[in-house]
Design a protein around this ligand. Structure first.
Ligand code: ADP
Ligand code: MG
Length: 255
């Protein structure tokens, strides 16, 4: 048990796509300033769970509370405004644009009306421009990319590009960061570096939830693990507790 009220609480959360319960009756909470991993086999509902929390999908049942406020029915930009940002399973950076421009787009998309507005920069004042730039630079500093701000994002390593994606999310200065398979495609060394970065961010007061299907990867990083299987939560606990849980072992071995 962690002291204090949870930052995020979901209760009976579910969504159906036709006859498929992608997420079903999930009740779980995220302790503040901790790393919670959402794990489970492919198709377990992990990404869908993030899509629900971040307002990309509207749940067909259940509630979501963030810092005590009901955010179940909020739209994506409203959710961002409340302090929840996310990265995507597939990288969504603009390789031809500079690292700084990418982070600024992250800031604009999250704080303004949308992508087109962010790309076209229409009707916005210089003060907004400076605010976006400052927010983007702060985000780049947090991920160790301030020195690369002027380079095209596509010129960075795979790991660097992942960091750009994280900076895009951090530029809205969230309290909760959702990372969807951040280590996908990384080699062991890059993975270790990424884990170090996540620990640093949490040390600075951020709360992180991350989706990962490789159980070994999260064992050394997560404070708390939520295990999904066929859309349902089958276990929650410390890495030690979860890895000894017969239902979890069955889900991974039994498929
Ligand atoms: P995971 O991230 O754990 O691998 P997902 O959350 O992506 O799993 O998917 C869970 C299930 O929901 C899968 O069977 C997937 O095909 C289905 N699903 C996800 N999104 C949609 C959607 N928009 N429409 C229909 N089915 C979907
Ligand atoms: Mg997924």
């Amino acid at each position: 048990e962690h002291p204090g009220t949870p930052l995020l609480e979901v209760e009976g959360l579910g969504i159906r796509f036709g006859g498929l319960h992608a997420v079903r009756d999930v009740t779980a909470s995220l302790p503040p300033e901790r790393i919670t991993a959402i794990i489970g086999p492919n198709g377990a509902g992990k990404s869908t769970f993030f899509n629900l929390i971040s307002g990309f999908y509207a749940p067909t049942s259940g509630r979501i509370r963030f810092q005590g406020e009901d955010i179940t029915r909020l739209k994506t930009h409203q959710v961002v405004g409340r302090g929840i940002a996310r990265t995507f399973q597939t990288t969504t950076i603009y390789k031809e644009l500079s690292v700084l421009d990418n982070a600024m787009i992250g800031h604009r998309v999250r704080t303004r009306s949308g992508l087109w507005d962010a790309l076209l920069r229409t009707g916005r004042e210089q003060r907004d421009e400076r605010e976006s730039r400052d927010g983007a630079m702060r985000a780049l500093e947090r991920v160790g990319l301030a020195g690369q701000a002027g380079r095209p994002a596509g010129a960075l390593t795979q790991e660097g590009q992942k960091r750009v994606g994280i900076a895009m999310a951090l530029s809205s200065d969230p309290r909760l960061l959702l990372l969807d398979e951040p280590a996908a495609g990384m080699n062991p060394e890059e993975t270790v570096n990424l884990m170090g970065l996540i620990r640093e961010l949490v040390g600075g007061g951020l709360t992180v939830a991350l989706v990962e299907h490789k159980m070994s990867l999260v064992m050394g990083l997560a404070d708390e693990i939520v295990v999904l299987h066929h859309g349902q939560k089958i276990a929650q606990g410390t890495p030690g507790e979860v890895s000894r849980d017969p239902a979890v072992i069955e889900a991974y071995l039994g498929g």
